[in-house]
Design a protein around this ligand. Structure first.
Ligand code: FES
Length: 110
C-alpha cells in the first residue's frame, strides 16, 4: 500500500484525450487519459529504471493505444501498466491511485 494523498494535479481538460502529463510529487509520476478515464504510474521504466518520456506529455504510442517508453520502445497497457512488447515484456509499471473529482485529476495514493 502506498502513501495516501489528496492532491489536485490538474484539470482533466488540461490533458488531451489519448495523451499524458508528468508531475513531480515527491517522485516523478505521470497520468494518461482515455476519454473520461485516467490512470497514473511512476515515471520509471522497469527495463533500466529510467523515465519513459523524452518530451513533455509524450507518454503514448502514435496510435494512442499503448503507453510508450521512448528509450527502448517498450509498450505498456493503458489500464494496468503491463508490458506487452519491448525489452521488459511481462514487467509492469508501478501504479499510483488517481481519480477524477469534479473535473479535477486528484492524486489519492503514491
Ligand atoms: S528504458 Fe524503457 S524500454 Fe529501455
Amino acid at each position: 500500500m502506498g502513501v495516501p494523498f489528496d492532491k489536485t494535479l490538474c484539470r482533466l481538460e488540461d490533458i488531451t484525450d489519448g495523451e499524458g502529463k508528468g508531475f513531480e510529487i515527491e517522485l516523478d509520476i505521470f497520468v494518461v487519459r482515455r476519454g473520461e478515464t485516467i490512470v497514473g504510474y511512476h515515471n520509471e521504466c522497469p527495463h533500466v529504471i529510467s523515465p519513459l518520456n523524452w518530451a513533455d506529455g509524450s507518454f503514448m504510442t502514435l496510435d494512442r493505444k499503448y503507453i510508450l517508453c521512448d528509450t527502448h520502445g517498450a509498450e505498456f497497457q493503458f489500464e494496468d501498466g503491463y508490458c506487452v512488447s519491448g525489452p521488459c515484456m511481462g514487467d509492469r509499471l508501478t501504479p499510483i491511485k488517481v481519480e477524477i473529482r469534479n473535473g479535477d485529476v486528484v492524486l489519492r495514493e503514491l
